[in-house]
Design a protein around this ligand. Structure first.
Ligand code: KIV
Length: 244
């Protein structure tokens, strides 16, 4: 199973908890950096945060998301960006959003020695074009396209594929069709693996988390309480004591 992580401590604790794959997702933009979407996230930001995650030396495979626009530039640029993720940040693989239309590029990256995680269904980097986030694979046309996307990414050599906000029945069909693992997020229980954005599952998202993201912790209120106690104890002179 997989989670996103964006910094040293979360990678450390995710690794200790036995997480298999850590994605330094470009959801970094919404969750850590306060942007409304993932679109403003740059390659430099991804490399910076991925390096911090890798410094925690997690046993999990660390995958860096190729951010908005990078995968659509010329192939040499995409290869150079992917190499930065592997060489400079120390990640073990990159993730690329897109199915059939990205298959040739994925195949060329894999051919150059870059392990690639695919991503189909909702593509958050397309949010400006889509006009919002929604579920995919409910209509026969979308189902057919998702199958085409999944097969194309598999054929291109991706080692696994993320299916985001895909109708649960469609995701089951995809998982049954593919030989590589299908990792679901908002895609029902029949995928081979699951991924969640860590800040959603930890309860650290001050905005509303997506409806599919179950909250397994409540760190936001715990953080607020710790800050409140600290501020109170400083104000009334109980912190620090001499020994502190
Ligand atoms: O950026 C991200 O966190 C992701 C996950 C939602 C899979 O792509």
């Amino acid at each position: 199973m997989a989670v996103t992580a964006f910094d040293y401590p979360s990678a450390h604790y995710a690794s200790r908890a036995g997480i298999d794959l850590i994605l330094v997702g470009d959801s970094l933009g919404n969750t850590v950096l306060g942007f409304e979407t993932t679109v403003p996230v740059t390659l430099d930001m991804m490399v910076h945060h991925s390096a911090a995650v890798n410094r925690a030396a997690p046993e999990a495979l660390v995958v860096t998301d190729i951010p908005f626009g990078e995968a659509h530039r010329d192939f040499d640029r995409l290869l150079a960006s992917s190499m930065r993720c592997l060489q400079e940040a120390g990640s073990g693989a990159v993730k690329i959003e897109g199915g059939e239309s990205m298959a040739d590029r994925i195949a060329a990256l894999v051919g150059a020695g870059v392990p690639v995680l695919g991503h189909i269904g909702l593509l958050p980097q397309q949010v400006l074009r889509l006009g919002g986030y929604r579920k995919f694979g409910k209509t026969p046309e979308e189902r057919k396209q998702l199958l085409t996307d999944a097969r194309a990414v598999e054929r291109a050599g991706a080692f696994a594929v993320v299916a985001e906000m895909v109708d649960a029945d469609c995701a089951r069909e995809l998982a049954g069709t593919l030989k590589i693992p299908l990792i679901g997020i908002g895609a029902g229980p029949d995928c081979d693996g699951q991924i969640l954005v860590s800040y959603d599952l930890l309860g650290l998202n001050p905005e509303q988390s997506p409806s599919f993201a179950r909250r397994f912790g409540d760190l936001g209120p715990a953080m607020e309480e710790a800050f409140r106690r600290y501020a109170g104890e400083v104000r009334d002179g109980r912190f620090p004591e001499r020994k502190e």
